[in-house]
Design a protein around this ligand. Structure first.
Ligand SMILES: Nc1nc2c(ncn2[C@@H]2O[C@H](COP(=O)(O)OP(=O)(O)OP(=O)(O)O)[C@@H](O)[C@H]2O)c(=O)[nH]1
Length: 456
C-alpha cells in the first residue's frame, strides 16, 4: 500500500473515531466498549498498540471496556490517546511523502531560482486568480497572463524596488486540491514557498471562501504554519534517563500519558519535555517533527471590481487581508505597505566619522534572517569587523539620546544611523567608504534622523 493510501486509511479511522465520540458510542464503533485485562495491561505499559492496530483483527483482539475493570483511564481518555497516536502516524507518513527524491533539492526543473535581494515573497493561489497579472504590475517583469487556467508552469521571478530595498517576488503555478499529496506541480510550488519570507495567498474575491480554506489545509498538511508562532514547548532528545515531563501551567489538551504515547510512536524513549503553554497534540507533533516552517501570510483578494461594495468591505475587514484589483490597479500601495510591514526589514545607514550619513545605501537587516543587533550589522558589512569594534554610536529610534554609545548587543531600529569606532583606528578619520553596503535606490529619511545632531 502506498503512503497516500495509508494516510487516507488512518484519516478514515480518525473520522470514525471522532464521529463515534460525538454520538456517544465508543471509539471502535461498537455500542459497549469492553477492554480485556490483557489489553489494559498493555495500556498501563504505555503501548496502546491494541487500539492503534484495531480494527485489523489479525493483529489484536477488539479492545473492549468494562466498568468493573481497574483501568486507570476513562473512555474519553482512551479515545484521546488513540486519536493522538493516529495523528502522529499521519505526521510521520506526510514527512516521508514530502522527502525529495535522493540527489535532488526538491525544487525541480524550472523552480530552482537563485535568491536575490533583501527578501523573498511567493505568490500562491488557485489557477486564474491573477498572480501573473499582479507580478507584472508590481515588478514590470512580464509573466504570461490569460483567461485560461495553468498559464504559468514554472517559477517566474521579478524584483520589487520598495523603500530603498529590493524584494524578490515569485510567480508560481496555480495550486490545486491534493497538492500536498504531490498532485500537479504542488510539491515544487510548496518547496519554493517554504524558501520565501512572506507568502501572498492570492484569492479570487468573486469565488467562495472555500478556496482559502482548501489552500490553508494543503499548506498545513506539508508543514507550513501560516501566521502562527512556534509552540512554547521545550523538547530535547537524550541518550539515557527516560522521559522527563514538566509543565509551567495546567494543561487541558494533553496529559503525561498522551505525550508518552506520542513519543513512543516516534520510538523516543529518552527525552526532556517542558510545556510553557497549554499546547495541543498537534503542537507537540510539530515540535517533535522539527521541520515545520512558521510563515507570515497575507490574504490578497483580487478582482474586487466584479463584486459589490458590501462584499469588498467584509473581505477587507478580515485579519491579514488586503483587497485589490489588478485590472483597475486598486489598492496596490496598501498591499506593498502591508508586505513591507510583514517582512520586518530594518534599514541601517552608515556614517563615516566626521561626515554626513550615507542615506542612499542602507545595510538591510531582518529579525528572521540573522537578527537586527549591532553585531549582525557589523557581520553584514564584513565578518572580521566585529573583533575590531571599540564602541558604536547610534542615532534614530533605537537611541535613547543622540548619539548613544552602545555595544554589540544593541538592537537597531528601521532607519537608524550607526557609526562604528574601531579599536586601533579611532583617530584615522573614518575613511571614505569604510562601510560598504549592498543595496541601491532612493531612501526615505525619518524626521528624527534628520533632526539628530550629527557632530561626531
Ligand atoms: N476582472 C478582473 N480580472 C482580472 C483581474 N486580474 C486579473 N484578471 C484576469 O484573470 C485572468 C487570469 O489572470 P492570470 O494573471 O493569468 O492568473 P494566474 O493566477 O497567473 O493564472 P495561472 O497562470 O493559471 O496560475 C486573466 O484573464 C486576467 O485578465 C482583476 O483585477 N479583475
Amino acid at each position: 500500500m502506498g503512503i497516500v493510501e495509508r494516510i487516507k486509511e488512518i484519516e478514515a479511522e480518525m473520522a470514525r473515531t471522532q464521529k463515534n465520540k460525538a454520538t456517544g458510542a465508543n471509539a471502535l464503533g461498537c455500542s459497549i466498549l469492553v477492554l480485556p485485562s490483557d489489553w489494559l495491561s498493555q495500556m498501563h505499559h504505555g503501548a496502546l498498540q491494541a487500539v492503534a492496530s484495531y480494527p485489523n483483527p489479525t493483529k489484536s483482539p477488539a479492545p473492549r471496556y468494562s466498568r468493573n475493570c481497574n483501568c486507570p483511564y476513562t473512555k474519553k481518555q482512551v479515545i484521546k490517546y488513540h486519536l493522538g497516536q493516529l495523528k502522529a502516524k499521519i505526521a510521520k507518513l506526510r514527512t516521508q511523502l514530502l522527502e525529495p527524491p535522493k540527489g535532488t533539492s526538491g525544487a525541480g526543473e524550472g523552480f530552482e531560482v537563485t535568491k536575490f535581494g533583501h527578501g523573498r515573497v511567493a505568490l500562491i493561489g488557485f489557477p486564474s486568480v491573477g498572480k501573473s497579472t499582479l507580478l507584472t504590475l508590481l515588478t514590470g517583469t512580464h509573466s504570461e497572463a490569460a483567461s485560461y487556467e495553468f498559464t504559468t508552469l514554472t517559477c517566474i521571478p521579478g524584483i520589487i524596488h520598495y523603500n530603498g530595498t529590493k524584494i524578490q517576488l515569485l510567480d508560481l503555478p496555480g495550486i490545486i486540491e491534493g497538492a500536498s499529496e504531490g498532485k500537479g506541480r504542488g510539491r515544487q510550488v510548496i518547496a519554493v514557498s517554504k524558501s520565501s519570507d512572506v507568502v501572498l495567498m492570492v484569492l479570487d474575491a468573486s469565488k467562495s471562501e472555500g478556496h482559502r480554506q482548501i489552500l490553508t489545509k494543503e499548506l498545513e498538511a506539508v508543514g507550513l504554519r501560516l501566521n502562527k508562532r512556534p509552540p512554547q514547548i521545550y523538547f530535547k532528545k537524550k541518550k539515557t534517563g527516560g522521559i522527563s515531563f514538566n509543565s509551567t501551567m495546567a494543561l487541558t489538551h494533553v496529559d503525561e500519558k498522551l505525550c508518552y504515547n506520542i513519543l513512543h510512536e516516534y520510538k523516543i524513549h529518552n527525552a526532556e519535555l517542558l510545556f510553557r503553554e497549554d499546547a495541543t497534540v498537534d503542537d507537540l507533533i510539530d515540535v517533535i517533527e522539527g521541520n515545520r516552517k512558521y510563515m507570515k501570510c497575507i490574504y490578497v483578494y483580487n478582482k474586487i471590481d466584479v463584486i459589490g461594495i458590501d462584499d469588498v468591505d467584509k473581505l477587507a475587514r478580515q485579519p491579514n487581508s488586503v483587497v485589490i484589483s489588478c485590472n483597475l490597479e486598486l489598492n496596490l500601495d496598501r498591499l506593498l505597505a502591508k508586505m513591507w510591514e510583514e517582512m520586518g526589514l530594518v534599514r541601517v545607514y552608515t556614517k563615516p566619522q566626521g561626515q554626513q550619513p550615507d542615506f542612499s545605501d542602507p545595510v538591510v537587516l531582518s529579525a528572521d534572517r540573522g537578527g537586527c543587533t549591532v553585531e549582525d550589522f557589523c557581520n553584514q558589512i564584513h565578518r572580521s569587523l566585529v573583533k575590531d569594534v571599540k564602541y558604536v554610536l547610534a542615532w534614530g529610534i533605537s537611541a535613547r539620546h543622540y548619539p548613544q554609545h552602545c555595544g554589540l548587543a544593541h538592537l537597531l531600529h528601521d532607519e537608524d544611523v550607526v557609526q562604528i569606532v574601531k579599536k586601533k583606528e579611532k583617530d584615522d578619520g573614518g575613511g571614505k567608504g569604510r562601510f560598504k553596503s549592498h543595496s541601491t535606490g532612493p531612501a526615505r529619511i525619518s524626521d528624527r534622523v534628520k533632526k539628530a545632531p550629527l557632530k561626531q
